[in-house]
Design a protein around this ligand. Structure first.
Ligand code: HEC
Length: 271
């Protein structure tokens, strides 16, 4: 009996110590695991920060995404927000306010121009005909609230990089889903093409050739455009539908100028 008892006791003792060592092992394995996990995540955080090739630079009303080797230059502008970005070699300066430059003094012999939709804003772009020899810039007339915006550089050879920077420009109310696929440069300045106006303002409901929420844009008569958007004489006209005449007049009557409506009409007639 005694023997058995002792035997049992030692078994009990043995299993107790083995549980204890097991527990110890488990605890240190857990600590070890936590340390490994922590170092892995610190490594990744550290690494991802260092390998990230671009930085989002916030300038208040707008932000620009630029390569890591670029940094901010700041000046004090009068009546506008003036500043820039540089990599030490090339630099771009911006002007955000009322007096931004719309490229009207650029040499048409030496420059190419394009109109494009960048994050929902219609932008005029220019670049030199001869790579790296002239002005490369973007101008947005309706940037944010009443402000205009431009970002310009001179004699920069890496045009693709600069155009990528331009495409990253976002204002507080920018719609990042609205972008043209490619920028088509030509010899002529066409600041506000009907096509870009259409994409920014009307394409949510109208398609050029198909009926969607609204009727196909292509088939709409010139007079209808004027009546639906410009005519503000009778705002009490009863709408048949939610997005009828009064919706259009309210949404676009003040937003679009007569000239812009003409451009939209031209676009509706184009092939
Ligand atoms: C929120 C949706 C929406 C947006 C955005 C929109 N429309 Fe419309 N539009 C409609 C709908 C719906 C109709 C048809 C309404 C009806 O018949 O009562 C319509 C009708 C029209 C008509 C009248 C067509 C006809 O033949 O009677 C014109 C003109 C028009 N839209 C122009 C525009 C223009 C220009 C823009 C952009 C500046 C625009 N719309 C943006 C929804 C929209």
């Amino acid at each position: 009996m005694d023997k058995r008892y002792n035997y049992n006791k030692s078994t009990i003792y043995c299993s107790y110590t083995s549980v204890a060592t097991n527990l110890k092992m488990n605890k240190s394995t857990i600590y070890f695991g936590i340390i490994i996990l922590l170092s892995i995540s610190i490594y990744f955080l550290y690494n991802s920060n260092f390998q990230k090739t671009t930085n989002d630079f916030n300038f208040g009303a707008f932000s620009i995404n630029i390569p890591k080797n670029w940094k901010k230059i700041e000046y004090n502008g009068i009546d506008s927000y003036v500043g820039g970005i540089t990599n030490g070699n090339d630099s771009l300066t911006f002007d955000y306010g009322w007096y931004s430059y719309d490229f009207s003094y650029e040499d048409g012999e030496k420059q190419l121009f394009a109109t494009d939709t960048i994050n929902g804003k219609i932008a005029l772009l220019t670049k030199p005909k001869e790579n790296g020899n002239g002005t490369i810039g973007i101008y947005i007339e309706k940037a944010y609230k009443e402000n205009r915006f431009n970002l310009i550089g001179k004699n920069i050879a890496d045009e693709d990089l600069i155009l990528d920077i331009f495409k990253s420009i976002k204002f507080k109310d920018s719609d990042t889903t609205l972008n043209s696929k490619s920028i088509g440069f030509s010899n002529k300045i066409t600041p506000y093409s009907g096509r870009s106006l259409f994409y920014v303002n009307c394409a949510a409901c109208h398609h050029k050739n198909k009926n969607m929420t609204g009727p196909a844009f292509g088939g709409i008569k010139e007079l209808e455009f004027k009546k639906w958007i410009l005519d503000s004489t009778d705002l009490n006209e009863i709408d048949k539908t939610e997005f009828g005449i009064s919706y259009h007049r309210k949404a676009f009557g003040k937003l679009l100028t007569e000239n812009e409506i003409e451009k939209l009409i031209e676009y509706s007639k184009s092939e």
